[in-house]
Design a protein around this ligand. Structure first.
Ligand code: SAH
Length: 252
C-alpha cells in the first residue's frame, strides 16, 4: 500500500510542479509585457505634457490667439522632427539643429508666422525650406494643400518619410531652389519662407494670388520678418520682427 501511494504521489507531483511552472511563466510574461507597455507609454505622455506647457508658456503667453494654430501646435509631435538625441529639447524655447547645418525654428516663430498668414481651410500654401517638415505639418493641419520646397535632397527625403509615417496626405514635396517658387502649382493663397534671402524673390511675389499673403525673413546678418499682401493695386509690405534664420541658398 505504502509503495503504491508513494508512486501515485510521485506521479502527481511532477504534473503539479509542471503546471505551477507554466502558470508562473505565463504570469511572468504578462507582467513583463505590462512593464514594457508602461515603458513605451511613459515617454509619450511626457512629451504630450511638455507640448501643452510649451503652448501655454511660450506661445499663448506671447499673444498667439488663433485657436486653429494653437490646436495644430498642441497636436503635432515636434520631438519626432528633431534628431533622436535632441528629443528632450524639442519643446524648449529655441531653434534646434536638424543636420546638414540647418535648423528647425523656435516654436513661437512657427506659431507667429503661421498665425499672421490668416489661413483658410481651402488655401493652397507654398513653403520655402522644408527642413525637418515640422512647419509643413502645422500648415497641413490648417489647410487643404501644402507645397514645400527644399534645396537639400537629404532633408526633403527625411521630412517626407516622417510626414508619411504621421499620415499627412496633403503635403507635396519638391527638391529645388525655392527662390523660383513652384510655377506649375501657382498661384498660392499664402507663401511662407523659412530661410532668409537678401532681397524678396520676385518669382514668389508673382506666384501669389491677389488677396494672398507672404511671410518672409529678409536680410543678411540682421534680418527682419516682413508680411506682404498682394492687392489689385500692388503689393503692401509691413516690417514685423527682427529674426535670425539660415540664409536662403542659391540666390541668383
Ligand atoms: N521650415 C523648416 C525650417 C527650415 S530651416 C522646419 O520646419 O524645420 C531652412 C531650410 O531652408 C533649410 O532646410 C535649408 O536647407 C532650406 N533652404 C535654404 N535655401 C533654400 C532654397 N533656396 N530653396 C529651398 N530651400 C532652401
Amino acid at each position: 500500500m505504502m509503495t503504491k501511494s508513494k508512486i501515485k504521489l510521485s506521479m502527481i507531483f511532477p504534473l503539479h510542479f509542471f503546471m505551477t511552472l507554466c502558470l508562473v511563466s505565463i504570469l511572468g510574461v504578462v507582467s513583463c509585457n505590462k512593464v514594457n507597455e508602461k515603458k513605451q507609454i511613459k515617454p509619450i505622455n511626457r512629451f504630450n505634457e511638455m507640448r501643452l506647457k510649451m503652448v501655454e508658456y511660450q506661445i499663448e503667453a506671447r499673444g498667439i490667439k488663433d485657436s486653429g494654430v494653437l490646436e495644430a501646435i498642441r497636436k503635432v509631435p515636434r520631438h519626432l522632427f528633431v534628431p533622436d538625441n535632441l528629443q528632450d529639447l524639442a519643446y524648449n524655447d529655441e531653434p534646434l539643429p536638424i543636420g546638414s547645418g540647418q535648423t528647425i525654428s523656435q516654436p513661437y516663430i512657427v506659431a507667429y508666422m503661421t498665425e499672421i498668414l490668416q489661413l483658410q481651410k481651402s488655401d493652397r500654401v507654398l513653403e520655402i525650406g522644408t527642413g525637418s517638415g515640422y512647419q509643413a505639418a502645422i500648415l497641413a493641419e490648417l489647410v487643404d494643400s501644402v507645397f514645400t520646397i527644399e534645396i537639400l535632397p537629404e532633408l526633403s527625403k527625411k521630412a517626407a518619410e516622417i510626414l508619411k509615417k504621421l499620415n499627412y496626405e496633403n503635403i507635396y514635396f519638391k527638391v529645388g531652389n525655392g527662390f523660383y517658387g513652384w510655377s506649375e502649382k501657382a498661384p498660392f493663397d499664402a507663401i511662407i519662407v523659412t530661410a532668409a534671402p537678401e532681397k524678396i524673390p520676385q518669382p514668389l511675389v508673382d506666384q501669389l494670388n491677389v488677396g494672398g499673403r507672404m511671410i518672409i525673413p529678409v536680410g543678411d546678418f540682421f534680418q527682419e520678418l516682413y508680411i506682404m499682401r498682394k492687392t489689385e493695386a500692388g503689393v503692401e509690405k509691413e516690417k514685423k520682427l527682427p529674426v535670425r534664420f539660415v540664409p536662403l541658398q542659391g540666390e541668383p
